[in-house]
Design a protein around this ligand. Structure first.
Ligand code: FAD
Length: 390
């Protein structure tokens, strides 16, 4: 753990336990071995490295905070955060896969599912033997999921599901989908839809310029007969879906920080090695200004993450606190990636370095799980008591 390379200007490692550091270095080693060497190639090809799912399962990053009796890791929220931080140092697309599986698939089954559903799905999801996706966004409803059109009608022994979901991470490769839809009474509920059910199809979204090493797609339901036992019995209304997003957004706060730390480290090393005008470019004041501001932003984001994690461990973190950290950390990560890109000059646009990949990935991270502006309006509503987005 002592060899861990990361900017830690305020000695935040002192606040971590031995277990936190162990988890972090195990995931760090994994990322260096399994993700960093392949991320660029898969991103350039526009392909998700499917083999990584089983490997994620083996090292225990799926459902790391859930109890061990369901295959979870029984770890705390800081450990979960450090995992997403390290994975996103590799690639935001790989981290997206882990966020979806842990926070948007396993978390709702654990929190809102029946005992039978938990036993059936969670251990396999934890091992990466099953992969899931989360269908909330629709073609006509992104920031406003409350307007969703997907719906199901109760029949004698099944629900008849119709509608579609767009921009869904893992859509094309997932074995199961947590699908949010309205019932006969117009109430939002969640169903577990399995691949292979008649009338359920998926399409890949091609030609993305961001999260190219992640699979994103569409879920289509045409008269799909979903067995009644696949309804999550305790998920009621949009607030249950938002609870899952809260969990995933928390992981993103740390993930974006990981991407920022990676870009900073690369820029710092490059600035010391690159010679112009017979000096390392690190000796120029303008380059030092960039590095100093990056480190300040990273340190602030690290403090937000750590404190948010401790509040989450005590079950005290609010939705608005998570929104503040998600918005801030993605913003500083984008800024740091852009500044790092400048420091590397032409090399900054090359696949030799991961800077441009992080920069483009972070554009999606800024939009998904609630856009940059929506996070701000959640804060605005908290401050004033007036929701401006409705
Ligand atoms: P819109 O809602 O159309 O917003 C467009 C713009 O209008 C934004 O700038 C927004 O801030 C602004 N805006 C909207 N309403 C207001 C308002 N009231 N006040 C001020 N400004 C407003 N969704 C899932 O359900 N599951 C997934 O797994 C998933 N994965 C994704 C992966 C990727 C790569 C991407 C890009 C998206 C993914 N999404 C997923 C969808 C994502 O959550 C939505 O894109 C996001 O919520 C924004 O919705 P939208 O794209 O429809 O934008």
């Amino acid at each position: 753990a002592d060899l861990f390379e990361s900017p830690d200007f305020y000695c935040l490692d002192d606040l971590l336990t031995a277990e936190h550091k162990l988890v972090r270095s195990a995931v760090r080693d994994f990322v260096k071995r399994e993700i960093t060497p392949i991320a660029e190639e898969y991103a350039q090809r526009g392909e998700f490295p499917e083999h990584i799912v089983r490997k994620f399962g083996k090292i225990g990053v799926f459902g790391s905070t859930l109890p061990t009796e369901y295959g979870g890791g029984g770890l705390d929220q800081i450990s979960y955060g450090l995992m997403t931080q390290e994975i996103e140092r590799g690639d935001s697309g790989m981290r997206s896969c882990v966020s979806v599986q842990s926070s948007l698939v396993m978390f709702p089954i654990f929190t809102f599912g029946s005992e039978e559903q938990k036993k059936k799905y969670l251990p396999k999801l934890a091992k990466g033997e099953l992969l899931g996706c989360f269908g909330l966004t629709e073609p006509n409803h992104g920031s406003d999921p409350g307007g969703m059109e997907a719906n199901f009608i109760e029949r004698s022994d099944y629900y008849l599901l119709n509608g579609s979901k767009l921009w869904i991470t893992n859509a094309n490769i997932a074995d199961i989908a947590i699908v949010w839809a309205r019932n006969d009474q117009g109430k939002v509920r969640a169903l577990i839809v399995e691949r292979g059910m008649e009338g359920f199809t998926t399409n890949e979204i091609k030609n993305k310029w961001s999260l190219r090493a992640s699979s994103t797609g569409e879920l289509i339901f045409r008269d799909v007969q979903v067995p009644k036992k696949n309804l999550l019995p305790n998920a009621f209304g949009l607030k249950s879906a938002l609870k899952c997003l809260e969990q995933a957004r928390y992981g993103i706060c740390w993930g974006a920080l990981g991407a920022a730390m990676e870009c900073y480290e690369i820029a710092r090393r490059y600035a010391l090695e690159r010679i112009q005008f017979n000096k390392p470019i690190a000796s120029f004041q303008l380059v030092q200004k960039k590095l100093a501001e990056m480190l300040t932003d990273i340190t602030q984001a690290q403090l937000l993450c750590w404190r948010l994690g401790t509040l989450k461990n005590e079950d005290r973190a609010t939705n608005a606190q998570i929104s503040m950290a998600k918005r801030n950390n993605v913003e500083i990560a984008l800024r740091i990636a852009r500044e790092a890109r400048q420091i590397l000059g032409a090399m900054g646009i090359s696949g030799e370095y991961p800077i441009m990949r992080h920069l483009m990935n972070l554009e999606s991270v800024s939009t998904y799980e609630g856009t940059h502006d929506i996070q701000l309006l959640i804060l605005g509503a908290e401050i004033t008591g007036i929701p401006a987005f409705k």
